[in-house]
Design a protein around this ligand. Structure first.
Ligand code: DP6
Length: 354
């Protein structure tokens, strides 16, 4: 039997709190602004990827959620990512003659998402991050995550951030070859373990406008976009990193919500406009502001990617406060009234619905 190598890895989804939206170079996938995200490592949203290489394989193959992707060779991003990883292995083999020359072997990859794919739940982020980390392990590369993030970025921009847990920044970089456009850790999850996220799935269908094409339409046609990338985001990037370092939830939450709104505003300002949020999303926005007003301080933040599903960030100590509202809003009113001042809440929710 031919010699085989195998590797397996899981990569979690990351949800941006400061959004990446726009490319300055589409082939190297270089962004027009830096971004920040939180990797949901303790959540159930994950991609699990396994890879095998064997001297007798006759072509690269990929199975996504149980179905073979027969267009693999036509996917520029995938072939570029695999070529970059193989090149690194080749360099290693050139330095060490005792290594088996697996850089020239074909690879079979099996990848499974345990959440809706392409529904604006960062499936490409987890997908490419898992693929890069898995093939890097398969090829026994010694590169650190920041180095690998430059390859993952070329698969899908947001994927570079999923190689790290916790709070992560993707620094846009300045160089035209992309060598300084990379993900770095802002803080590990243990720095702020009280931070929680909850995903409200408003619609699990595939999105109408992909992030890739949506963002380029925004780059080309939105006037708001210039202000966003030159003034708004650079300042917010520093403020958000500081809010994380200081564990300042109120500031972190405000910046997160404002950035989600700013990103969706540039989508609306694109021509023709792009709508990712729907009526349910807007209901969630109003609910979050209602909850924060009710408690007289910011205890929860929303953010929406390129889809209608909301991700809420909150501190663990406020989980019950938040969930009672969510259940009241989206289910029925039983069960929570004894815990929270039912009369007060009902009145408040009634006002909210009017
Ligand atoms: C709204 O990373 O999916 O989720 O680089 O073209 O693959 P490509 O785009 P992608 O865009 C993600 C956009 C976003 C914001 C974010 O994750 O920062």
């Amino acid at each position: 039997m031919s010699e085989t190598y195998t590797a397996s890895i899981t990569a979690p989804v990351n949800i941006a709190t400061l959004k990446y939206w726009g490319k300055r170079d589409t082939s190297l996938n270089l962004p027009t602004n830096s971004s920040i995200s939180v990797t949901l490592d303790q959540s159930d949203l994950k991609t699990t990827t396994s890879a095998m290489t064997c001297s007798s394989f006759t072509k690269d193959r990929l199975w996504l959620n149980g179905e073979e992707d027969l267009q693999l060779s036509e996917s520029k991003r995938l072939t570029q990512v695999l070529a970059n990883l193989r090149l690194k292995r080749k360099e290693k083999e050139a330095k060490d003659a005792s290594l088996t020359k697996i850089s020239s072997w074909f690879i079979h990859i099996v990848s499974i998402n345990n959440f809706p794919t392409a529904a604006g739940l960062a499936s490409s982020a987890a997908g490419f991050a898992a693929l890069v980390a898995c093939v890097a392990k398969l090829l026994q590369l010694d590169d650190d995550m920041t180095e690998l993030s430059k390859i993952a970025r070329q698969g899908s921009g947001s994927a570079c951030r999923s190689l790290f847990g916790g709070f992560v920044a993707w620094e846009m970089g300045e160089k035209s070859d992309g060598s300084d456009s990379k993900a770095v850790e802002v803080a590990p999850l243990e720095h702020w373990p009280q931070m929680k996220a909850c995903v409200l799935v408003a619609c699990a269908d595939k999105k109408d406008v992909s992030s890739t094409s949506g963002m380029q339409l925004t780059v080309k046609t939105s006037d708001l976009f210039q202000k966003r990338i030159t003034e708004v985001v650079p300042e917010r990037f520093e403020q958000m990193k500081k809010s994380i370092m200081d564990r300042d939830f109120e500031l972190f939450a405000e910046l997160t919500m404002k950035d989600s709104n700013s990103f969706h505003a540039t989508c609306l300002d694109s021509y023709p406009p792009i709508f990712y949020m729907n009526d349910t999303s807007r209901k969630v926005v109003r609910l979050v502001h209602t909850i924060n007003a009710f408690y007289g301080r910011t205890i929860v933040a929303y953010t929406f990617d390129a889809g209608p599903n909301a991700v809420l960030y909150y501190l663990e100590e406020n989980e019950e406060k938040l969930m009672s509202f969510i259940y009241a809003m989206f289910k029925d009113l039983s069960g929570w009234e004894s815990k929270y001042n039912g009369e007060q809440l009902s009145k408040f929710l009634k006002n909210f619905e009017e």
